[in-house]
Design a protein around this ligand. Sequence first.
Ligand SMILES: *[C@@H]1O[C@H](CO)[C@@H](O)[C@H](O)[C@H]1NC(C)=O
Ligand SMILES: *[C@@H]1O[C@H](CO)[C@@H](O)[C@H](O)[C@H]1NC(C)=O
Length: 425
Amino acid sequence: MGNFVSSSDGLLARFTIPRFYTRLSSDDNGYINRASSVVSRSPFLIGYFFGILLVILLTIPIGLILFMKLNTSHSTTSIGTTLLKQPLTSHDSMTTTTVSSHLSARTITTTSKFCSIPAINAIWSQSSAVVVNPLGKCSSDENSLCSARDFFLDNIHNTLYIADTDNNRIQKYSLNENYNQSEGAMGITVAKNGLLCPQSVFVDIHTEDMYIMDLDKMESFTQYGHVSYRVHLWKKNENVGRILLSQTTEQGFSRNIHHLALDNQMNIYVGTTYFIEKWLASTNYAGRIIVTGKNNDSPSYLRNLRNPGTFFITDDLTLYIADWQNKLIQQWKANATTGEIVIEFLSNVQGITMDCNGYIYFLDGSTGKICQIDMVEGQSREIVDFKNIDGTSILIQPTMIQIDKLGNIFVLGKQQVYKFPLVHT
Ligand SMILES: *[C@@H]1O[C@H](CO)[C@@H](O)[C@H](O)[C@H]1NC(C)=O
Ligand SMILES: *[C@@H]1O[C@H](CO)[C@@H](O)[C@H](O)[C@H]1NC(C)=O
């Protein structure tokens, strides 16, 4: 989940992504007004029109003069903003979709932050290598997985952590080492003692401490009861963790994917059936608030989530959520009471992540594609197509997606990890 660095005071800081998105207008019911409001008073309209015309007529010559002056003086103090070009499709069969007219072209401040992934027109291999468990068998041996539900990529140490759910353990893999192609990467168990069906793992990539969400009992044994989710803090190299918090869940919780993530203030976020709950570090994880979705509300999907798959949190505490059963991606700004649609009419999106350029990546398991969203341009483009000719997915039950600092995309399937390398042209 991006570059997660920690400062000496123990606070975490994510990559800084410039954000100049305007808030979408929403009506009283929390729905986004998708058509911009029409000006109905025509005298004002005419006034506006001539006003704007006058401004344009005045701006062009001034702009030309400034431009010529800048060019002739060879000024080294260039303007600190650059306009990203429209992303082009990398492949004929791939489509570019407009994300939302409200998130249309805007300038982005160039930062000194280094990101080695090309910002424009990056191309990925359309075929993947199986990095973990090439035979795909459900087994508890060190190099296998069994019904893994979530994974996390540590971009400092170049390691991958997998919530190996049905093996009741967390597996860790080094992405630096060469491995035997027929056996896959070598896994080591880094957490097991006391874990039951771990759902999600998040790593403080400075300390390598793990935050693990698991269950207190198997739901199948408690037909009419409820399970609780638990969050364990598992310090690096320790063979037992400690439970930070525990919370009763809605019925049927364990049937779906649930995700855990931390923000740069060490607050813990957990996705439930309808909400994302934020457990406050300031209360030592005794207090929580619901940050997306409102209890006892109408089924308006922009207030309540429906089985969110994964989500991530940016520096300014904006949440981006793969709202799986609502078939869309939502954005919730800090303290927001309603969400904003980033992209909708998706089919099976549970995995979402962001790269060091600030592009969002999601995986649609049913349509067999990986897409990149440029929030600045307000566009989504298909970058990988993993369908067979008959339209079925080549990958086995792909759900989650992560991207490393070099731009290689990793996809978690039922019990395998696939890699789509960035193509260097
Ligand atoms: C890779 O693993 C296979 C299966 O275990 C083994 O037969 C083969 O010798 C290994 N190859 C190398 C180069 O170690
Ligand atoms: C959200 O609310 C908190 C607490 O009231 C406040 O400190 C913070 O500045 C708010 N953030 C935004 C982006 O409004």
